[in-house]
Design a protein around this ligand. Structure first.
Ligand code: PL4
Length: 408
């Protein structure tokens, strides 16, 4: 008799983003003729750049010719793309071997799958609030107890609040896996070198592993801020980095990312090289490689011209972030993020619950955002607005908030 994985029963309601889509559909059904402005999901809207289109075309053309046709590629990614990614890290002062780079179909699947190479009894620490995949994948894997009304038993929540600048202190006790996202989704905070060093020191002392999500690294404009955890000395002994072409180059639908697993990485029962071997084993067993066409697009993103074009795309979205941030601040709202990150983290007025503010924003301003509580207990009382959108739509949404949202 087959049974289901009981850990799924511990998960809360629906996954956050489909839940928002469901509530938006319900609002639209109840309010015929009304249209909403979507600043909820962080999804790119601007077309791929000419270099990338050229790369994708090259990928297609190769498949049209028997001399260049390829079928299954290496599960770890094409050699050219791995080398180009390693070269990018070298330009940040990070020396990696090409085979420490694992190409994937995005940071979301890798951030969900990476936990599978670690022991079932590992204690997991997450920033609170955090991208929900880190928590849910560990709940499904059975590393937590039940939902206790405000969080999962057994999970270590590291509060990220206005008081600590949305970056946590290292855990008091011993934890084994630590998820850090910088630039942060959802708060828009970016960890400094000194802040990351506290975690690298902690992880090395405790033989813990940091899982660092740098999906928004391209949005950092302050040259003092680290774009990779490997810019911190010693991080290759204690960290894995997940990243993505999604937000840097508009690949949310194209699908391409990468994960760096250093060979020097160690943990309690894993000598240097073992974690790298396990991820290689996991990927070769359960993943058949990213699309060969898409990987050509990725190589194009990393070309000099591709990088210039991506920088313009990032600047476009960051201009939107500024419009949101300054518009809401002018209304008297307290707003964080939106400077080196594409998310604006809004404190709800009068301490409203996030979902109540979601309803209010939708019904009064017709703007969809993401309730902070969907990212964890410390997200309650906050609301995330995404700067991914056409500039005119973002301006329309901010105008609507200014004209219609009643905040006093
Ligand atoms: C909606 C910190 C967005 N359905 O595109 P990927 O898989 O390379 O990267 C996904 C990802 C990875 N890491 C972080 C992210 O914030 C994201 C994307 N998050 C958001 O609005 O928070 C899109 C969400 C998508 C999802 O569930 O990821």
């Amino acid at each position: 008799m087959a049974t289901t994985n009981p850990n799924y029963d511990k998960l809360q309601a629906g996954y956050l983003f489909p839940e928002i889509a469901k509530r938006t559909r319900a609002f639209l059904a109840a309010n015929p003729g009304v249209s909403v402005m979507r600043l909820g999901i962080g999804d790119t809207t601007e077309p791929l750049t000419p270099s990338v289109i050229g790369g994708l075309h090259r990928g297609v053309d190769k498949l049209a010719d028997v001399k260049t046709y390829t079928g299954y590629g290496a599960e770890q990614g094409n050699a050219g793309l791995r080398a180009a990614l390693a070269k990018r890290y070298a330009s940040m002062g990070v020396e990696l071997e090409d085979d420490e780079v694992f190409v994937s179909d995005g940071a979301k699947p890798d951030s969900a799958n990476i936990q599978s190479i670690f022991g079932a009894n590992n204690i997991v620490a997450v920033q609170d609030p955090a991208y929900p995949v880190y928590v849910d994948s560990n709940v499904i894997a059975g590393r937590t107890g039940a939902w206790n009304g405000s969080g999962f038993d057994g999970l270590v929540y590291m509060p990220c609040t206005a008081a600590n600048g949305f970056f946590p202190d290292v855990p008091q006790g011993k934890v084994d896996l630590i998820y850090i996202c910088s630039p942060n989704n959802p708060t828009g905070a970016v960890a400094t070198r000194a802040q990351l060093k506290t975690f690298v020191d902690y992880a090395r002392q405790n033989k813990a592993v940091i899982i660092f999500d740098s999906a928004y690294a391209a949005y950092i404009s302050d040259s003092e801020l680290p774009r990779s955890i490997f810019e911190i000395e010693g991080a290759q002994e204690c960290a894995i980095e997940l990243s993505s072409f999604s937000k840097e180059a508009g690949f949310t639908g194209v699908r391409l990312g990468w994960t760096i697993v250093p060979k020097r990485l160690v943990c309690e029962d894993g000598e240097a090289g073992k974690i790298h071997r396990l991820w290689n084993r996991r990927q070769t067993t359960m993943f058949n490689g990213a699309s060969n066409i898409v990987q050509e697009g990725g190589v194009a993103v990393l070309s000099d011209e591709g990088q210039r074009e991506s920088a313009r795309m990032v600047a476009y979205y960051m201009k939107n972030a500024k419009v949101i941030k300054t518009g809401l601040e002018a209304m008297g709202l307290t707003v964080f993020g939106g400077i080196n990150a594409p998310y604006v983290w809004v404190q709800t007025p009068q301490g409203m619950k996030s979902w109540d503010f979601f309803d209010k924003m939708m019904s009064e301003a017709h703007v969809v955002g993401t309730p902070g509580s969907g990212f964890g207990p410390n997200g309650d009382g906050y609301f995330r607005l995404s700067s991914f959108g056409h500039a005119e739509d973002i301006e329309r949404a901010v105008d609507s908030i200014r004209c219609h949202l009643r905040i006093s």
